[in-house]
Design a protein around this ligand. Sequence first.
Ligand code: PLP
Length: 418
Amino acid sequence: MTGIGQHRTCQEPVLDVERIRRDFPILQQDINGHPLVYLDNAASYQRPRQVIEAISHYYERDHANVHRGVHTLSHRATEAQERGREAARRLLNARSTREIIFTRGTTEAINLVAASLGQSLHPGDEILISHLEHHSNLVPWQLVCERTGARLVVVPIDERGELRLDEYHRLLGTRTRLVAMAHVSNALGTVNPVEEIIATARAHRVPVLIDGAQAIAHQAVDVQALACDFYAFSGHKMCGPTGIGILYGREEWLEKLPPYQGGGDMILSVSFSGTVYNDLPYRFEAGTPHVAGAVGLAAAIEYLEDLGLAGIERHETRLLAYATEAIAALPGVRIIGEARRKAGVLSFTIEGIHPHDLGTVLDHQGVAIRTGHHCAMPVMEHFGLAGTARASFAFYNTVAEIDRLVAGIGTAMRMLGA
Ligand code: PLP
């Protein structure tokens, strides 16, 4: 697979999307009698053949439990698992694989930090989040606050769906113990100014966790350049398997944090009088890991690296601009989230049509979008809505597919009488 470099201008490599699409078996099918148009990528990406085959190959030839065996298959499985870790390190440009923890996904990565770091919180301490967080970067902090007496402080957003930076600067104070914010909003597509968020927090010596679930497949992420303390993402939102994700943690922080779960692999020695915990990163990985997940994650990362994240970002930016213009021009449409920096997500409502009805009519035409609150109920509340329709784009989507979406919305308007 190359996918890139088939059409080159002087500076900008352009993705060969038709060729890329042939790597995705799932995209080659009809749904309800129409060729599938998959625009639910913010919820989960589809997987290329390369990822599916890497997982099959692992199960057909290399599977055993990791780290504990002396036999060949156990060595192979261990190597496969660690290749996944190294791929994630490369993707994030982390300094060391000691800083790369396997988790079940973004949600577990955030819960890990909440559980571990939460142990040192006291009444009156503050966790600073924003109004545009996914529930995964909100509820874990509420739970910690309930347990410890710490307080959740929420930075508001404005009418465009952008973070109120003035409020962020005001609310970040001497009681703040952690800033936890999304890189990209899943409900609005807003790209947060994470560089400024992190620099400001660091000036106050406050650690920062970035929820990168929606950023990781859309743009290059460099945790050293960002200088964040934690960065979380999910494999399934970047062409990898479900049930695997990554928590990047700056080594100084991981060394300080208490273990998350207890069990096998996270220990060096155990006796009834005491247990010695393992070194990083294994101290945070109790139990048999999702080795096939790590294999698939490595394959997905290699796939994205092969395409090039700069080309991916450019392609998706064009799709978003095209879709925004076309959909905003339809009667009764309200675009929800008009931040100046957006990635891959177009949320909207149509006067007189419930988002679920729109989603159902589109599905009958083979077009998959998501409708509802997108696990971001406070965002919906901010805009006075119960939910939106959301089209979200990946590098394998095309302008022709957006035309199908727009035509489908037209059909829904006629059918549903808007
Ligand atoms: N954070 C954001 C911004 C998301 O969009 C999502 C999923 O949609 C999550 C966290 C949770 O990811 P996962 O369910 O893969 O743990």
